[in-house]
Design a protein around this ligand. Structure first.
Ligand code: NAI
Length: 398
């Protein structure tokens, strides 16, 4: 019997359990089904569809509104017993199989979304096999690097402070430690590169290509997930390189709105809540904020996982009657996180943390660790061990 071992380096998961990943996808599908159906889009393209926010969006739309979906992601399949590939690979498969069983189209493209070829392949598929047009485009990509499709130059993002260094506590899930970390300020080049990778340029390129190819419906919507945070994480997030990349997405929204005006389309920034994902676990200090925040939010009954958050966004806000926008038109489902009492209590709690108590009942370390483990198919509710061979895994197709 193949053994699946959870192998964590720092806050990066190396080991995966493919069967656990499948169960985790099924759990999310069941969550959406338990909420019933809602009226929404019918043909959806999700860029960054294989994990966390993008996957949760896809699950809510497919199983909540009966949408056909195209998912683009960059994942790796199994090579041998030591290298089983990435969790997103198996998430894509579990999603497609379940959606197809219900008569839905669930097409996966596993390739570099930043390239022109990738965009063209998706466009050809929409034209030839997906009914010709999409009515929603979700941009949920998170990446550490991007190759510019015109110049071929590869840019790497840096999660850094701006101006002054930031010193603060962080946690390491590999050895369950609490330590002090210093985040250096970024150089101008690092700032520019981070905006190039995580800013809105590629989102705009996608929308331009889709519009030019005439594969967007009249009234098309495109969403992009942002994060603003609060004073508790401003120095390393909102006020750091990532904050500037997110501000660039705000700017690109205007361009995309102008581009889509003649087809009555709209670009919408969705400021999403802090959740445990592959991308967020490696943001310096952020896990400390999360273990404090989640504790407070769980006590108030407002803590959400990606599936809970995305399902609420689309079901109740975008396609429901409870949207809340800020003064510049961004959708604000993060209002539960930003609630002033929640923030005050989180601050109070974080200030009490020490090496001795950070993983105790005082915080939601256990919740953060479980959610982190779930991303790689470990500690998944309802998981049942099964005998599986590497050949079985290799035979699975996305
Ligand atoms: P994630 O790391 O779980 O997922 C990223 C997705 O992008 C995956 O499907 C991956 O395969 C795909 N991807 C990466 N590089 C690619 C490439 N070159 N070509 C094709 N696909 C590629 O990330 P997460 O956390 O779900 O982030 C998604 C978005 O949500 C990001 O914009 C992030 O800033 C935003 N967000 C995240 C929050 C959080 O707390 N995690 C909070 C608010 C917003």
């Amino acid at each position: 019997m193949m053994e699946f071992t959870q192998n964590i380096r720092g806050n990066v998961a190396l080991g995966i359990n493919p069967l656990g990943c499948k169960q985790e996808v099924l759990n999310q599908i069941n969550y959406v089904k338990s909420k019933g159906t809602y009226e929404g889009p019918k043909k959806v393209l999700i860029i960054g569809a294989s994990s966390s926010y993008g996957l949760a969006t896809r699950i809510s739309l497919a199983f909540g509104t009966g949408a056909d979906t195209i998912g683009v992601s960059y994942e790796k399949g199994p090579k041998n017993e030591k290298n089983l590939g990435t969790a997103g690979w198996y998430n894509n498969i579990a999603f497609r199989e379940t959606a197809e069983d219900e008569g839905l189209i669930a097409k996966n493209f596993v390739q570099d979304a930043f390239s022109h070829e990738s965009k063209q392949e998706v466009i050809d598929y929409i034209k030839n096999e997906f009914g010709g047009k999409v009515d929603l485009v979700v941009y949920s990509l998170a990446s550490g690097r991007r190759t510019d499709p015109d110049t071929g130059e590869t840019y790497t993002s840096s999660i850094k402070a701006i101006g002054e260094p930031v010193v603060g506590p962080n946690i390491n899930m590999q050895n369950q430690s609490y330590y002090t970390e210093t985040l250096d300020p970024a150089t101008d080049q690092e700032i520019a590169n981070t905006v190039k990778v995580m800013g809105g340029e590629d989102w705009e390129l996608w929308m331009k290509a889709l519009k030019e190819a005439d594969v967007l419906t009249d009234g098309v919507l495109t969403t992009n997930y942002s994060y603003l945070g609060t004073e508790l994480n401003h120095d390393y997030y909102g006020g750091g390189t990532l904050g500037l990349a997110k501000a660039d997405c705000d700017e690109k929204t205007e361009n995309i709105n102008a581009l889509l005006a003649d087809i009555n389309g709209k670009a919408q920034i969705v400021v999403a809540t802090a959740v445990t994902t592959k991308a967020s676990s490696v943001i310096p200090f952020f896990p400390v904020y999360c273990i404090g925040l989640y504790k407070v939010m769980a006590e108030k009954g407002t803590h959400e996982t990606p599936i809970m958050h995305q399902d609420r966004i689309y079901r109740e806000m975008i396609y429901g009657n409870k949207p809340e926008y800020d003064e510049v038109g961004r959708l604000r489902p993060d209002n539960w996180e930003l609630d002033s009492d929640t923030q005050a209590k989180t601050k109070e709690l974080i200030l009490k943390l020490t090496e001795e108590n950070f993983a105790s009942d005082l915080t939601a370390y256990d919740v953060f660790y479980k959610e982190f483990s779930n991303l790689s198919g470990f500690m998944v509710d309802g998981y049942v061990e099964k005998d599986v061979t590497i050949e079985d895994l290799k035979a699975l197709h996305y």
